[in-house]
Design a protein around this ligand. Sequence first.
Ligand code: 0WD
Length: 256
Amino acid sequence: NFSLEGRTYVIMGVANKRSIAWGIARSLHEAGARLIFTYATERFEKPVKDLVSTLDGQDALFYECDVTSDEGVQATFDQIKQDVGTIHGLAHCIAFAQKEDLQGEFKDTSRDGYLLAHNISAFSLVAVSRAAQPLMTEGGGIVTLTYLGGERVVQNYNVMGVAKASLDASMRYLANDLGKHAIRVNAISAGPIRTLSAKGIGDFNSVLKQIEEKAPLRRTVSQEEVGDTAYYLLSDLSRGVTGEIIHVDSGYNILG
Ligand code: 0WD
């Protein structure tokens, strides 16, 4: 029985209905999980609450959590601990880079742009994992979202690719640290999906077209497909899996 009935998961990074985090939320909801949503600023409170109200019978909780603040992250998880006690997992679906750093040449990345991308897109996984661990008293799973641009050069992905490489390595070190607490940490490398964040990436349409023409499945992937893999990684179906990157990308990564 791999139902998530009686389990609680924190979902970080729903911006709108196209967000990959929203695909994950729907998969976990379908499996019976109780959900906790965090958003970067107050601006997202109403849109996220409106979206979640479409999930039948979901008794969700909502918190603001700007991952650039250690105090903010700690305060959020302290509050979650007070309100629900134990959580069983977390989906980290957060990234950011300045638009000017997602086009042209990587060598022109500014120091500030480099640090910002790494702060929000990679260190945030460390910060939230550390804050979540004391709440995961029954063990559980942490999942983050990465991209092929962290493994090899993808045109225009630039500083975000370097941040994803850091995220991937952080995921593995966290998996090593948290394994003794029965907490598994894994990443999903999603193929390109049209979302708010993807809008910032230069010539994103040609990236999508490449997948449709060349990927083994000859189509792009959906938020739901990523969501179902997150369900697998956050449930006991994957109980022997940690420190892993699963590509949900129509097989594109196997091409030379
Ligand atoms: O093709 C794609 N869309 C892919 C995305 C392919 C492979 C991986 N990913 C990754 C992204 O890099 C990211 O890690 O998936 C994750 C989710 O991205 P998404 O679903 O594509 O993007 P989006 O719906 O824009 O959600 C990203 C959210 C932000 O939305 P805004 O509107 O701010 O861009 O990340 C959150 C925010 O909700 N976020 C923050 N959350 C807390 N604190 C912060 C912050 N400081 N900054 C951004």
